[in-house]
Design a protein around this ligand. Structure first.
Ligand code: FES
Ligand code: FE2
Length: 344
């Protein structure tokens, strides 16, 4: 079961061009391409004649031609040519999904097309705002998307999974506070007067003790904006900002389910300091990719252990799970079609 009446990321915009790109999104096999005018198209990867995947056909001008009997479909999904006959049956049509290109992504609406409202695309403006420098990447994760949400709503795991980059013992020892916004769950940690972990030395330039913080803002089904940063220990944030020594980032996580046991994980690390430093952008990309490789290892091992079992409640709930539990509850209530408030 997936939420369909939502905008989700189908691809980085730069991935989609004049070649057919097949991809599975929330259980739907689709193809992506651009018309000659550059407009992105997402349509079902199935010819309505005998169901050969259209990804086995070819993009010819602005039509997709099926690789079996040569039916041609335009960007609206309408059949425009059938070899050997003039009459085109009204059923010769492929479902085309609403799309929006924004923030460097192709967004798709897989649900009821009449509800697709472009103003509802989640805000990820940091990806393309020139005041931020972005290191971006993608991980394919063989795990259910909610396991990734859980991971990002409880960052205490940094201590144990990421000791070589962003974690140290202080993270797991710091208390988590959780609140809810409008259709969101917010999980916050202040980690005060701690040693800077290796990433904070290399990518933020701290060599003395720091105060750091994480605020994860979760919006279903799989959007997590983590506002994080650090200042010299004991210095008020405003003072550090005024002195230009606060180091603040947005860790942008956009997860689209692929199947019940796999996910597309698009990510970007936007930083608001030293933004012209291309070497730093590359360094952050490689260190974060390495860090997320560590998450992938954990998440895929969890999924292998769970198998196809659709777990909704775990036997132990810790204080640190408060954000993840509320995030799951929010998704459950949306799947049931009720607001989270009504579900309380
Ligand atoms: S299956 Fe596509 S044209 Fe026949
Ligand atoms: Fe992690």
């Amino acid at each position: 079961m997936f939420l369909k009446d939502v905008w989700q990321v189908a691809a980085f915009a730069k991935e989609v061009g004049r070649e057919i790109l097949p991809r599975t999104l929330a259980g739907e096999a689709v193809i992506l391409y651009r018309t000659s005018a550059g407009a992105p198209v997402v349509m079902l990867d199935a010819c309505p004649h005998r169901f050969l995947p259209l990804s086995m056909g070819k993009l010819s001008g602005d039509v997709v031609q099926c690789g079996y009997h040569g039916l041609c479909f335009d960007h609206r999904g309408d059949c425009v040519k059938i070899p050997g006959q003039d009459r085109i049956p009204s059923t010769a049509k492929v479902t085309v999904f609403p799309v929006v290109e924004r923030y460097g992504f192709i967004w798709v609406w897989l649900g009821d097309a009449t509800k697709a409202d472009e103003s509802k695309v989640p805000d990820f403006h940091w990806m393309t705002n020139p005041e931020w420098a972005v290191s971006e990447g993608y991980h394919h994760i063989d795990a259910h998307y909610q396991l990734i949400n859980d991971n990002l709503l409880d960052l205490s795991h940094e201590t144990f999974v990421h000791p070589h980059t962003i974690g140290n013992h202080a993270v797991a020892e710091s208390p988590l506070t959780v609140s809810e916004g409008e259709g969101t769950v917010i999980a916050h940690r202040d980690i005060l007067n701690c040693e800077p972990p290796p990433f904070y030395v290399q990518a933020a330039g701290f060599s003395t003790r720091i105060d750091r913080w994480h605020t994860t803002i979760f919006t279903p089904p799989g959007f997590l904006v983590i506002k994080n940063g650090s200042v010299p220990a004991g210095m008020p944030k405003e003072e550090a900002r005024a002195k230009g020594i606060a180091r603040e980032r947005r860790v942008l996580n956009l997860i689209t389910p692929e199947t019940e046991t796999s996910s597309h994980y698009f990510w970007g690390i936007a930083r608001g300091y030293d933004i012209e430093n291309v070497g730093l952008t590359d360094y952050i990309r490689s260190e974060v990719a390495r860090t997320f490789d560590e998450d992938k290892l954990v998440l895929e091992a969890q999924q292998r252990k769970l198998g196809d079992h659709k777990i909704t409640h775990f036997p132990i709930t810790l204080r640190a799970d408060a954000g993840a539990v509320r995030g799951r509850r929010l998704i459950e209530s949306m799947l049931r079609g009720v607001s989270a408030t009504a579900a309380e």
